[in-house]
Design a protein around this ligand. Structure first.
Ligand code: SAM
Length: 459
């Protein structure tokens, strides 16, 4: 007789002893509900990309009538394959599960700000932040892993984001350049992924208590660099998709001990505050283990950590599970306005290259938008404006590629940059070849001619 073994299930069974013990310690009486939730189907959702989505883009999938209270552009779908639809390729929406949309609500990014997404691939939260920035300000979006940084860069392009600088750097390299620079920083940290168990066997297979502790240490190193890069008065949101309190509440405690000020967070229905008691209760599940002896904290610290943190559990909300906490740095954020570095590595666009691009603009952009203006104002030296006033910044060359850097883009010395602004195209001898990124940025009213297949491809 043959037995077929599902290794995903078998691994889940092997890890269950310890993981279950820990979750029982955390959840007490609620554990059964949590366990039932893990055996239900995952919740699937998409978030319309407000940089591109219009009411003409009819989405023919089956949507639930439930909403995601913390993200007004989210739609939960119960049937259909939005990932395979041309709208996905055109960046009309981003597929993202609901609890992963919560950290950006508490980050609260605004147009015109300088924002860092430090652990950003594949780009769910970057694209959500960019939607809220409405093309104004700068988002530096970073990923340490090269392959994942390429995926991040493609998602930035797909979503038509023009004000992003995509980097592939270690947080310590970034903090050398951006000390005290950002108004808001999101650290969506690499974690043990317990909130992914319903979605992915890989997350189950990779779980071990050693990995939890390794992640907890790595997160603190990342947070050290993030704190350096936060401007006085700026906001930092830390998030994970795990339930392990050594990675969640302990990280919040770490930020508190580093002198950041906790921000009181208002939970939506179904969300609950973090709880430092989880650390103590999980510690008690181990025998002779001294690993957690540093975590005991006084009541005042416990209260602060709890008020600034939020937990999303799959048995309490429609989503997979997340943790987040919000802090601010002492100081006045107003003093950070207008402070930008200068970019030493940009090769200026030549008169001839500008002329070639201007010819393309005249030929392709709509008649009322095809003039390229170069500012003669001293305070805006070299700033070009085109496509009406939709695009504004510094034109520069990387090899034969023409880019537009958002106004005030900082210096990039020594950084591995995947996408230094909006890629407009390539200068080929005496003609301009537009890029895919430009095509994905343009709206149909921006151009003289557009092509239709089954519905407008330029949303
Ligand atoms: N924020 C992303 C989103 O919403 O699509 C998900 C980010 S994922 C949870 C964490 C990311 O951190 C991974 O892409 C991982 O490669 C990256 N990472 C791993 N080690 C890191 C480190 N030491 N510093 C910064 N990022 C790291």
């Amino acid at each position: 007789m043959w037995f077929f073994i599902d290794y995903g299930i078998m691994n889940a069974m092997i890890l269950n002893n310890l993981f279950d013990k820990r979750m029982k310690a955390i959840l007490g009486d609620e554990y059964d509900e949590f366990e039932k939730a893990l055996s239900r189907d995952k919740v699937s959702a998409l978030r319309t990309n407000t940089l591109k989505y219009t009411e003409d883009n009819e989405l023919h999938f089956t949507f639930s009538d439930k909403n995601v209270p913390w993200e007004s552009n989210a739609l939960i779908y119960t049937d259909g394959a939005p990932g395979k639809h041309p709208f996905h390729e055109a960046g009309v929406y981003y597929i993202q599960e609901p609890s992963a949309m919560a950290p950006v609500h508490y980050l609260d990014p605004k147009p015109g700000e300088k924002i860092l997404d430090l652990c950003a691939a594949p780009g769910g939260k970057t694209t959500q932040i960019a939607s809220r920035m409405k093309d104004e300000g700068i988002i530096v979006t970073n990923e340490i892993d090269k392959k994942r940084a390429q995926i991040l860069s493609l998602n930035v392009e797909r979503c038509g984001i023009k004000n992003a600088l995509v980097t592939n750097a270690d947080p310590a390299q970034l903090s050398e350049i951006f000390e005290g620079y950002f108004d808001r920083i999101l650290v969506d940290a690499p974690c043990s992924g317990e909130g992914m168990f319903r979605k992915s066997d890989e997350a189950v297979n990779n779980w071990s208590i050693d990995n939890v502790m390794l992640c907890a240490d790595r997160q603190k190193n990342i947070l050290d660099e993030a704190v350096k890069m936060l401007a006085p008065g700026g906001r930092l949101v830390y998030s994970t998709c795990t339930f392990a309190p050594e990675e969640d509440e302990e990280a919040a405690l770490y930020l508190l001990q580093k002198g950041l000020i906790p921000v009181k967070t208002e939970p939506f229905p179904g969300m609950i505050h973090g709880n430092t008691g989880y650390l103590k209760r999980v510690e008690e599940t181990y025998d002779n283990n001294e690993r957690f002896k540093n975590v005991v904290c006084d009541d005042d610290k416990s209260q602060k950590v709890e008020e600034c943190s939020i937990r999303l559990f799959p048995h309490l909300i429609d989503g997979e599970g997340h943790f987040l906490c919000a802090f601010e740095k002492e100081g006045d954020i107003e003093l950070n306005k207008g402070l930008y570095g200068t970019n030493g590595r940009i090769k200026a666009v030549s008169q001839n290259e500008l002329k070639i691009f201007a010819e393309f603009a005249r030929d392709v952009f709509a008649d009322d938008k095809n003039n390229i203006e170069v500012s003669s104002d001293k305070s805006e030296k070299g700033i070009v404006t085109f496509l009406g006033d939709k695009l504004k910044g510094t034109l520069f060359m990387f090899g034969d590629h023409l880019y537009l850097a958002p106004v005030g883009m900082p210096g990039l010395g020594g950084l591995k940059v995947m996408r230094p602004g909006l890629h407009l195209g390539t200068i080929k001898k005496d003609r301009f070849e537009p890029s895919h990124a430009l095509a994905l940025f343009l709206k149909k009213e921006d151009v003289k001619r557009e092509r239709y297949t089954r519905g407008p491809l330029i949303p």
